[in-house]
Design a protein around this ligand. Structure first.
Ligand code: AMP
Length: 464
């Protein structure tokens, strides 16, 4: 079994320290990141968070960890129901539409590392089981408008956000329409009219509250304690605090997640970008205007914990940097005359991974990459063939997690797909599954690709 020989450091919001990343199980990591509520297109602020976690997970995989990356999809809540009413659409149809849009938007910025999307409405049984258990142990109670978690029952409430329970409990008492015990008690289950979408349980007809959706999904999919929980800083309080209270009460464990990683907010004109602020730029519009690859580099060029301003000049700078990297890649690929100069690629690689190993510092990693690009450019004419290959390989390697290069023309992509199909056909032939391999041959032939087997070698050409 491959082992992890390097040390990765992550900044843990819970302890406010850089800590060595140690998976609970060998080199396997279980990561959960809060996904979107699917009632509208996602904005560039959401994009920043999702792109960061995408790059982080891909980087961990590149460094040898086996990562299961789980995201929840909130597919039923007040926002979805209200938007459904406004537009005359069934909530489930609306949620499906915006989930599809979410995936399409993520594709534009090459964010595709999620292993599994868990829809909240598929976990109602698990949510109800958590409500039932919390009621049984007295950490939850039934009020007039729902079932609530009693925060006074959980002494560590507030630890993640750095607040004391007694301070939270003595916050100015706001008017409460419900018969909650404490203003900050949060809903595990919201009662709704029997005519509205919901589920019947003995405590009443209704829908799940916000935090419990995630704990039910993660308990089922990842267990009671897992490695990393991520999201934007806006979710630390009350959402993540609520998740911790629920799950630790149920498990009795010291931790829900061992490491909490939070991305800083993306702002526009010095204000957090948010649907509620009405200042959002959708990720799809931004990708259309600036280019998905440029946008991805823009997100990754800033430290993930700092706030990031969505402004033209920084976007322009990212585009210029990407054009330098892309142009070197294209020129290296086309280079056909060589000299004797070498490049110390291992040294550049070492600098880059050392930077990123320290709390996913893609910002420094990208700066190292640009230094490498400058160096190769100065030596370009005299590069040896071997150096040229090493440099290309390095750019491709880094692109496994940065995902910013435009790697091939559509023609090259097409060639690669045919090569892959032939590889599968070869495998079948080696296993003497000739019926299947012949089927592939005839399907390719129907699609205009003729293949020729000469001994072990297979060649193909497009039919005229
Ligand atoms: P939401 O759909 O609002 O729950 O957001 C989905 C994800 O995007 C969560 O992880 C949020 O923390 C994150 N997010 C929301 N707004 C921003 C923002 N302006 N900047 C960065 N991340 C954000």
């Amino acid at each position: 079994m491959k082992s992890i020989l390097h040390i990765m450091l992550v900044f843990n919001t819970l302890t406010r320290r850089l800590e060595e990343l140690r998976p609970r199980d060998g080199r396997r990591l279980k990561i959960f990141v809060c996904g979107p509520t699917v009632y509208d297109y996602i904005h560039v602020g959401n994009g920043r968070t999702f792109v960061f976690f995408d790059a982080a997970v891909k980087y961990l995989r590149y460094r040898g960890y086996s990562v299961f990356y789980l995201q929840n999809i909130t597919d039923l809540d007040d926002k979805i129901i209200n938007r459904g009413k406004e537009t005359g659409t069934e909530p489930s149809v609306l949620a499906r539409k915006f989930f599809e849009a979410y995936l399409a938007d993520l594709t534009k910025v090459h964010a595709d590392a999620v292993s599994y999307y868990a829809f909240a409405t598929d976990y109602i049984r698990e949510i109800a089981s958590q409500v039932r258990r919390l009621l049984r142990i007295g950490a939850a109670y039934v009020a007039n408008d729902g079932v609530y978690f009693d925060i006074s029952s959980f002494k560590d409430y507030g630890k993640l956000s750095g607040q004391r329970l007694d301070q939270i409990m003595h916050m100015v008492r706001h008017e409460m329409s419900s018969s909650k015990r404490n203003p900050e008690d949060f809903a595990l289950w919201k009662f709704t009219d029997a005519s509205e979408d919901g589920w019947n349980y003995k405590w009443g007809h209704g829908r799940p509250g916000w935090h419990i959706e995630d704990t039910a999904i993660t308990e089922e999919m990842l267990g009671r304690t897992y490695d990393i929980h991520g999201g934007g800083t806006d979710l630390i309080f009350p959402h993540h605090e609520g998740e911790i209270a629920i799950m630790r009460t149920l498990s009795g464990n010291r931790r829900l997640a061992r490491y909490w990683i939070h991305t800083g907010m993306l702002n526009i004109s010095d204000k957090k970008m948010a649907k509620s602020e009405g200042n959002m730029v959708s990720l799809r519009d931004a990708a259309e205007k600036y280019g998905g690859n440029n946008l991805r580099l823009f997100f990754l060029s800033a430290g993930y914990r700092s706030e990031l301003l969505f402004d033209e000049s920084t976007l322009h700078e990212a585009a210029q940097n990407l054009s330098k990297i892309q142009s070197l890649y294209d020129r290296l690929k086309q280079k056909d005359s060589f000299g004797s100069a070498s490049i110390d690629v291992p040294e550049y690689k070492n600098k880059l991974v050392t930077a990123i190993d320290k709390d996913f510092d893609f910002r420094s990693g990208i700066m190292n990459l640009l230094e490498f690009v400058n160096k190769v450019n100065t030596e370009f004419n005299n590069l040896s063939e071997n150096a040229c290959k090493q440099c290309l390989d390095f750019l491709l390697e880094v692109d496994l997690f940065l995902c910013i290069l435009n790697r091939s023309s559509s023609h090259e992509k097409y060639d690669r797909i045919i090569d892959m199909i032939l590889e599968i056909r070869n495998m079948l032939r080696r296993r003497k599954e000739f019926e299947q391999s012949d089927k592939i041959r005839s399907m390719l032939s129907e699609a205009g690709v003729e293949i020729e087997d000469t001994g072990d070698k297979v060649t193909w050409r497009l039919k005229q």
